[in-house]
Design a binder for this molecule. Sequence first.
Ligand code: ADP
Ligand code: MG
Length: 229
Amino acid sequence: MHNHAMVELTDIDKIYRMGRVDVPALRGITLSIARGEMLAIIGASGSGKSTLMNIVGCLDKPTSGKYLLEGADVSRLNDNRLAELRNKRLGFVFQTYNLLPRATAMANVELPLVYSGILQKRKRALEALERVGLARRANHKPTELSGGEQQRVAIARALINNPALIMADEPTGNLDSVSASGIIALFQKLNADGITIILVTHEIEIARQTQRIIRLSDGRLVSDEKVKS
Ligand SMILES: Nc1ncnc2c1ncn2[C@@H]1O[C@H](COP(=O)(O)OP(=O)(O)O)[C@@H](O)[C@H]1O
Ligand SMILES: [Mg+2]
């Protein structure tokens, strides 16, 4: 199983049907991502970055084409199996953090741990918060945290089930440049720990801090380049 690519997309199309109008969001995307890579997906607004992330994250299905996640054909999995895969193997980070506003950092991070006991949840949430450098903020609510800190809480939540792959869609889009650098450094550390990281961004400076840059334009993959270190 560990010989498989993390992600293997072959000729993926995604067409949104809006009434009678077809909106092609992805066209013929073929892409292989190895275990342990850290890469960026860049492209103008509307180029298909989020659509591609949603498909890779099994939040949405392609209109056509083949998707293997760790060797498993995603189109053959039922909804329960897909939900389990998302929960156990994948972590998601969004531009707007998506934290529960009235819950503490700890409670937010515990959220994906549906079936663990209270003590186990506490322990693992604290470990995840430690990993992102926020253990001292465990009892703070989102409004009591800076943007960068809120994003760290969201990353801790994404880490709680030890995912193989983290997908981050414009994770620094709402942050000042200093906080953004801290978040990218954190992703680099997690990648060094073995987690595959896919970062969506429209900022080339952010993309250059990964190992590989994939560019989308109008739903097509138009370039795929290694970053010179
Ligand atoms: N849920 C949707 N329904 C219809 N069209 C959509 C939907 N989501 C995205 N699109 C369209 O698909 C294209 C790609 O969008 P998106 O993947 O969000 O691009 P990006 O993340 O690069 O800004 C755009 O033309 C967008 O309007
Ligand atoms: Mg987007």
